[in-house]
Design a protein. Structure first.
Length: 369
């Protein structure tokens, strides 16, 4: 090896970027006067792209790998600088390293409430927030559109613009979806996927790719949430009358510890009991009776019978009640009954309409000899 070959070897540069940050999107490789030695070693790591810029114009772009910077590896730059034959002198160029990894956990959210028209609540204000993930998809477009000559471009310089874009599209989609507010929690995934597809093309105009967008929460104004909490609490309490009596009963031991407290508790108990009745009746009137909680009313048009018990008139009773009384031995075949349309009181066993009642009832035992 000649002395000049040895000197030339000592001057070979290594062009690389080791990113020790988590928010740098584009970094300009620093060289004195932007001079790079011919034959320098270019190292582009995974998650990076290297863009060569000559006199303000984007020339060659390198993907991950190791390259020797020669004429054959720099076709565009060689053409721009007029390299026709072998070239072994330093050349002028700017090198921008673009981080093509995914930038995660980026925040978005509504600074001001979004007004939507809900079928249940009417005009309602909503707030929403979430996260998204994006990465550089086209390094050349990123440098042209948003980086320019910035030597150290970070995520913070563009997140505000991206957040405004997401919020604007989110407001449009929620307003057009007509999804009830109370059902939105069940549609977070669908909203996120739809937003990702809807906004994807607008991210691409910046040379970026929106890989994932998540809706983490959609909230109502505090006053509406408070009203919903009260409504939920009423549903959990259930029987308000029993709940009132229970609370009063629990307060008696504490009241007995204080002078005069037991008397006050007694007065409160009486008042609570008095209030519990009307409250329970009002709530019972608003809720359908539970199955089996009481006997249904008589069927309209059904015949009702009066029954003579120890010389006194009782009733009227429907057929179901009479069957129960016959099964228990309270209604006998010789018991006198009367219904509207009958001329006089008649023994139940002689009324044809009551024959089925006694069909399963054994007759009286014969007298013993």
């Amino acid at each position: 090896m000649g002395i000049w070959d040895k000197v030339r070897g000592e001057f070979i540069d290594i062009v690389q970027w080791i990113d020790d940050t988590n928010d740098t999107m584009v970094y300009r490789f620093e060289r004195y006067n932007n001079q790079i030695k011919y034959g320098a070693q270019l190292t582009v790591r995974e998650g990076q792209s290297a863009v060569f810029v000559n006199e303000g114009k984007i020339a060659d772009i390198f993907q991950p790998g190791m390259y020797t910077l020669e004429t054959k590896n720099l076709p565009v730059l060689s053409t721009l600088q007029g390299w026709k034959y072998g070239f072994n002198s330093p050349f002028m160029a700017e090198v921008y390293f673009c981080s093509t990894r995914q930038f995660t956990d980026l925040k978005w959210g509504t600074m001001n409430p979004i007004i939507v028209r809900d079928a249940e609540f009417g005009p309602t204000r909503l707030r929403a927030f979430g996260t998204y993930v994006m990465k550089i998809n086209d390094p050349a477009v990123v440098i042209r559109q948003i980086v320019g000559t910035d030597g150290h471009f970070t995520v913070d310089e563009i997140v505000n613009q991206l957040r405004n874009l997401i919020v604007s599209r989110f407001a449009e989609i929620v307003g057009q979806s007509k999804i009830p507010v109370l059902d939105m929690a069940a549609n977070y995934s669908e909203l996120g996927d739809f937003l990702t597809k809807r906004i994807g093309s607008e991210f691409q105009s910046f040379g970026l790719e929106l890989t994932k967008l998540l809706v983490e929460n959609i909230s109502l104004p505090p006053a509406v949430e408070e009203a919903l909490d009260k409504r939920t609490s009423m549903g959990v309490v259930g029987n308000l009358a029993a709940f009132t009596q229970f609370n009063i009963a629990n307060s008696i031991p504490d009241a007995a510890k204080n002078p005069g407290g037991l008397a006050a508790a007694g007065a409160g108990l009486g008042m609570g009991m008095a209030m519990a009745g009307p409250i329970g009746q009002a709530m019972a009137a608003q809720q359908p009776a539970a199955a089996g909680a009481g006997a249904p009313p008589p069927i309209p048009g059904a015949v009702m019978y009066f029954v003579a018990v120890e010389g006194k008139q009782t009733g009227p009773f429907d057929m179901q009640t009479l069957s129960s009384q016959a099964a228990m031995g309270r209604l006998m075949r010789d018991t006198l009954v009367w219904a509207q349309g009958m001329g006089q009181w008649t023994a139940a066993g002689q009324v044809p309409a009551l024959a089925d009642i006694f069909a399963a009832v054994p007759p009286p035992l014969p007298p013993t000899q």
